[in-house]
Design a protein around this ligand. Structure first.
Ligand code: MTE
Ligand code: MO
Length: 526
């Protein structure tokens, strides 16, 4: 063994002790979380609390930069930071054993506070996983460091060769810790697995009834034959996903209930999944869009939904819209993970096909998209309408309650803005001179798309061809055969909706009520 090797050995082992203590803490915490509530585990809790507190521009940046990997990046970030801190605590513990252990406990308290302050937390027991984990971690650190610092030694020995600490004993203890932690983690995952299995089984058992009111087939000519255009119906696996759930809720449909209550609700309801399936189901094509979608961005998709008309359920509960004297102007939907979304009651009852959806493109909702039941409302951005994993519907007023995103500076009301996107050619493509098919999608849900125009460089606006319209609630494809000349060119698109509103050129950010402006693509024609 080299001299430097021996000099560094104790600090290295101290760092290792810190890491192992952190590992043990997380493993025990996840084990307890599996028993208490999976979402109360420290990583999910700290990550969730971080998401809750991230300022809107940062969150938007994260969505832009990491896309749908944003949550993986966040979790990796948390683990990396925890690892680093654990290492430091190990080194601290080498000098001040109690201080190191106390440091671990502090993290336990942070985790516990994060877990109990989440919007979906309704019990202090959510703090247990972090606290128990931290206790285990502190004990492990104290114990392992004890093997590096012989009991009663006034001055810790400097090198491994010096008598007083037992290298083999330390390594054995470290190995025991690693094995025990891995075991605890595995038991935790197995326990969590049973819940997931129930949910997965309940989804697999769903047979969607034939809708009483089926959607007309999508017109054949709604889909243009241009390579590179978004397919008219977005397959579930490609459908964008935007939510705050670090752990996707896996709800057992058999245990699921939906409560409908609040102001002006004459007959509060509690519905089971079976109750919903036994009602008259409608099938509708509806394009969903996210308020965080940049101009030209990917967070918009179109699906064929099956569900119950929410207006019918509300009427049955005795709800009247404000225009008919109802006292509630806001419906707040709450999900099993504590998300709240507020929708104007008037919009829900004005005749549009606002759904409590149970099916998406011919299958039960995927877990990612809200199984067993979610809301879908044509014409409104997702964050004010499309509650996934919904379990509670409360009638209230906009004055009385601000839901999750409104508390974070987003608008109370947010109808979808008229938008269009160039899908092909891609930015900086190098098409050959001659006829180049420019094509994409345009949407103005519930108003419908009337016209799409394309401009080349600073030239005049030229009408694009429109694919057949499915419904006013769906996007519409468009195409423009362009006689491309060599050189760099900028292509810009704009849509006009059926109210005559032309897509504005005024660029705004996504906050507070959705990006506006026009999508441009720069290409280099060879
Ligand atoms: N429970 C829950 N529902 C939610 C959200 C969420 O974070 N949690 N996000 C909303 C937002 S911002 C959008 S755009 C849509 C996205 O639905 P999707 O992920 O199925 O595309 O879900 C909405 N419903
Ligand atoms: Mo969204």
């Amino acid at each position: 063994m080299t001299t430097s090797g021996s000099r560094w050995q104790r600090p290295a082992f101290a760092g290792l002790s810190g890491l192992l203590a952190g590992y043990a803490a997380l493993a025990v915490a996840e084990l307890i979380a599996a028993m208490v509530r999976p979402e109360a585990g420290p990583i999910a809790a700290v990550g969730g609390a971080a998401i809750d507190r991230t300022p809107a521009p940062v969150k938007d940046w994260a969505i832009r930069t990491f896309g749908e990997d944003d949550k993986v990046v966040l979790q990796l970030g948390i683990v990396a930071v925890l690892g680093l801190l654990a290492l430091v605590l190990g080194l601290v513990a080498l000098r001040h054993r109690r201080l190191g252990a106390a440091g671990v406990l502090v993290f336990g308290v942070v985790g516990a506070v994060a877990a109990t302050s989440r919007p979906d937390s309704d019990s202090l027991t959510d703090g247990l996983p972090s606290l128990a984990g931290a206790l285990a971690g502190a004990a492990v650190l104290h114990w392992l460091i004890g093997r590096l610092v012989p009991r009663g030694a006034a001055q810790p020995p400097v090198a491994a060769q010096e008598p007083g600490w037992d290298r083999r004993g330390f390594l054995l203890s470290a190995a025991v810790t690693a094995v025990a932690s891995t075991g605890a983690g595995a038991v935790g995952r197995a326990l969590g697995g049973t819940r997931t299995r129930d949910a997965v089984a309940s989804r697999a058992a769903v047979v969607l009834p034939r809708p009483a009111s089926p959607a007309a087939p999508v017109p054949r000519r709604a889909q243009v034959r241009v390579p590179g255009v978004s397919p008219f119906v977005t397959p579930n696996k490609d459908f964008y996903r935007v939510d705050t759930a670090l752990v996707v809720p896996r709800v057992d449909a058999a245990r699921w209930r939906l409560r409908v209550h609040g102001e002006g609700v004459g007959r509060p309801l509690t519905l089971t999944f079976q109750d919903l399936l036994e009602r008259d189901l409608v099938e509708r094509d509806i394009t969903l869009a996210c308020v965080s979608n940049e101009v030209g961005g990917p967070y918009v998709g179109n699906a064929r939904w099956i569900g119950v008309r929410l207006a019918d359920v509300l009427a049955e509960a005795g709800v009247r819209p404000p225009s008919e004297g109802g006292p509630a102007d806001q419906l707040v939907a709450r999900s099993v993970d504590g998300m709240t979304l507020g929708t104007p009651v008037e919009d829900l009852m004005d005749g549009r096909d606002a759904l409590l959806a149970v099916g998406m493109n011919g299958e039960p909702l995927p877990f990612d998209h809200g199984f067993p039941v979610r809301m879908v409302v044509p014409g409104l951005y997702g964050y004010v309408s499309a509650c996934k994993w919904v379990e509670d519907i409360e009638l209230t007023t906009f004055d009385a309650y601000d839901p999750y995103w409104v508390k974070r500076k987003w608008a109370r009301r947010a109808p979808v803005k008229t938008q269009s996107r160039i899908d092909t050619p891609k930015p900086f493509a190098r098409p050959k001179a001659g006829t180049v098919m420019v094509a994409g999608v345009a949407w103005a849900q519930h108003r419908g798309i009337d016209r799409v125009e394309v401009r080349v460089d600073d030239g005049p606006w030229q009408p694009a061809g429109l694919a057949a319209e499915d419904t006013a609630d769906t996007w519409r494809q468009w195409y423009f055969p362009w006689q491309a000349t060599p050189g760099g060119h900028t292509l810009t698109v704009r849509a006009t909706d059926r109210t005559g509103q032309v897509q504005t050129e005024k660029r705004t950010r996504t906050v507070p009520d959705g990006a506006s402006g026009r999508h441009s693509v720069v290409v280099n024609v060879d």
